[in-house]
Ligand binder design. Structure first.
Ligand SMILES: Cc1cc2nc3c(=O)[nH]c(=O)nc-3n(C[C@H](O)[C@H](O)[C@H](O)COP(=O)(O)OP(=O)(O)OC[C@H]3O[C@@H](n4cnc5c(N)ncnc54)[C@H](O)[C@@H]3O)c2cc1C
Length: 322
């Protein structure tokens, strides 16, 4: 059995960002990750400008660019017969999760292929167990994503699918709204493009015949009250339409690390650290959550949505990405 100040469950973007920042603060942290990197993951592969800034804050932006991330400078959005071009004020990046997650997770204390199956409270904190390992800590962070078992979220009726194709799409993010869902394609490293769609559950079977198509779901936007500090999707997904899920994961991972490090140094109780983190998380992200939820609702009224898209696409995007 090992003992640490902090244990993080999951070492994808949120978990690794948290572990990286804790390590920088001199806190003894370990992340247990079920998978082994590099591995593919269902994602649109588009990092918003704010996500790019998070990578810079983490000190890994140079590595991500060197790995072949592609600058994305505009979007081409289509809905029925409408097509709008949206130039970005700041560039985003196209990169696969196979590549990005491995970079963010490199050089920090991560135990890979260690799925956490049980968490118990102890007098001084938590005991975490999985097949062949056991560890204790004073602070636990849940970064296990939208399907993680330790923090609950309300499941939605949507699934995500993804595949890659040879050939690039230049610096344009292509985005389509269609009857069964929405999604897009973006250039990623290696001269390929990443295609990813969000599909209503009932219509999913008709999209699964493509070879090497990955599927994830159900998606889960709304968090339910939980017991642990939850970062990234574990705290509830942002609507993928916003293109801010990765930024949310990186930002909340770093935010939790900062508050946890301060709390550990001051000897603050876990519940108090968690309350401070949740307050700050809501302050930063509740408006974006509300915009995402509003857009999901607006999508049910296609004509209204189309009119908004036609009249003020740049304003929309800037409201989401500021
Ligand atoms: C269809 C779709 C398209 C998207 N497109 C975009 C996009 O273009 N741009 C964008 O910014 N965002 C996008 N997102 C959102 C983005 O993918 C997520 O917000 C982001 O992956 C969240 O990162 P995370 O680290 O919180 O969780 P995850 O990436 O889900 O990582 C969770 C990690 O925890 C591990 N884990 C789970 N359970 C355990 C356990 N018990 N023990 C140990 N480890 C465990 C998993 O193996 C995984 O590595 C999209 C999402 C979907 C579904």
């Amino acid at each position: 059995m090992t003992t640490h100040d902090v244990i993080i469950i999951g070492a994808s973007l949120a978990g690794s960002a948290c572990a990286r920042e804790l390590e920088r603060s001199g806190i003894d942290a370990v992340a247990f990750e079920r998978d082994r990197f590099p591995r593919a993951k269902v994602c649109g592969g588009f990092l918003s400008p704010g996500g790019v800034e998070c990578l810079a804050r983490l000190g890994v932006l140079g590595d991500v660019r060197a790995a072949g991330a592609v600058e994305v400078a505009s979007a081409r959005v289509r809905m029925d017969s409408l097509e709008v071009q949206i130039p970005f004020e700041r560039v985003g990046l196209g990169i696969s999760r196979r590549c990005l997650d491995e970079i963010v997770a490199s050089g920090i204390h991560i135990s890979q292929q260690c799925a956490v199956t049980q968490v118990d409270r102890t007098d001084n904190g938590f005991r975490v167990k999985g097949p062949g390992f056991e560890a204790t800590c004073s602070v636990l962070v849940d970064a296990a994503g939208k399907l993680g078992r330790f923090t609950r979220r309300k499941p939605a009726h949507e699934f995500g699918i993804q595949y890659t194709e040879a050939g690039t799409r230049g610096s344009v993010l292509d985005f389509w709204f269609f009857e069964d869902g929405y999604g897009g394609a973006v250039s990623v490293e290696g001269g390929r493009s990443n295609h990813c769609f969000l599909i209503n559950k009932d219509k999913l079977p008709k999209y699964l015949n493509r070879p090497e198509c990955l599927v994830t779901g159900p998606l889960a936007y709304d968090p339910l009250p939980g017991d642990y500090i939850a970062v990234g999707d574990a705290a509830g997904m942002l609507d993928p339409f916003c293109g801010e899920g990765m930024r949310h994961a990186l930002d909340t991972g770093m935010l939790a690390a900062k508050i946890v490090a301060k709390g550990i140094r001051a000897g603050t109780a876990y519940e108090e650290i968690r309350r401070e983190y949740e307050w700050e998380h809501n302050r930063r992200w509740s408006r974006k959550r509300a915009i995402g939820a509003g857009m999901r609702e607006a999508l049910r009224h296609r004509r209204l949505f189309r009119t908004g898209l036609r009249l003020a696409p740049v304003r929309w995007l800037n409201r989401i990405w500021d």
